[in-house]
Design a protein around this ligand. Sequence first.
Ligand SMILES: [Zn+2]
Length: 456
Amino acid sequence: MSLKFYNTLSREKEDFVPINADEVRMYSCGPTVYNYPHIGNYRAYIFADVLKRVLTYNGLKVNHIMNLTDIDDKTIRESQKQGKTLKEFTEFYSEEFFKDTLSLNILKPSKFTKATDYIESMVKIIEKLLNNGMAYKSPDGSVYYDIKKFPSYGKLSHLVIEDQKENASGRIKTDEYDKENVQDFALWKSWGAEDGEVFWETSLGKGRPGWHIECSAMSMDNLGQQLDIHTGGVDNIFPHHENEIAQSEGATGKEFVKYWMHNEWVLVDQKKMAKSANNFYTLRDVIDRDIDPIAYRFWLLMASYRTRINFVWDALEGAQTALKRLYKHYNDFGQEIGKVSLQYQETFKNYLSDDLDTPRALALIWDLVKDENVSAQDKKATMLDFDQVLGLGFDKLKIENEKVEIIPTEVQKLVDERELARIAKHFKKSDDLRDEIKNLGYQVKDQPTGPEIIKM
Ligand SMILES: [Zn+2]
């Protein structure tokens, strides 16, 4: 069976063939750690998670890298506002991000990379681009990419080259801009007073990297010069991913990424959910309404990652009700776990192989639940099998006295937090969290498969 994914580069669904059959090399643009991401942001990470799970489910080994942008215009500006060092500021939001991904059942990538750990690699790429004439130094010492030197500039976002050349007469130093401002962009930003303590002394001079070069360096350092899949939200197509292509291909002369995959927006009142529009919700808002973050994941999977979806609380509450019904069915099927139905499994695989058709995959679960020709224990096994991709947490359900109990989110969060502390060997913190969990009436037992939660 072949996997088919929609490639933004060709604007078509293509058969997926990895460059190296032994390992799929996948890179996902991660968060800029300068505040709590809103739930619209999390669509990108849930989409990448499902994609990775589908690849794994199909027997492929995946090397998945996700970055944390801990240096850019926004992190500098916000850390200064709070009077904190860049490091302490970004570390706080990185931790918050890790906690959120746990509660959304997003699997950890093979590696999280922090941009500030890769300054040297960025400088090397920029030097290469200066040496081969693709980049130039401006009078203030900043280095810019000369987009006219890269004839295929615009191939991802499908910008019309003619327009672009006419407009491309200037330079842009900010990290984010739109298509109206197609210009030479900053690879290296020379130090200015507004940067304060944030700078590196390098062969390029005193300064800091532009945002776009960060992902070129982190992806190629970890995955090589050619990647199979690069993911991100549609907002990243221009300028971020367009610039990544120009930088990477300009430096190596090789095709940077084979399959570019992008998820669509989450809307509120038909407008994109965004910090700037002040129409956003965070996972904290979801939890405050007594909705489990997993219900948000479930709600997202009801739509294709390539369609825009409109967020309303009623819909999310409806998703939570539906998910609880699924949990109840799973519980009612008894304790025994039988065999996976191969027929259902094949259909499930077929749906997901068609550009991750999660809506049909979810509808199939309901067919399975109602199917009188499949035994209860086989249904249970099949649901668990599907959950390797869907990540709805059937294996985490706590069932007591015939009653389905989903561990309260707050408890689950503390347990996840404690697990992070335990892994990091912060034993004092881990013990304190255990006490806190106890106060809420739950006990944690560390099992080889992960923490087990028991109601006291
Ligand atoms: Zn990126």
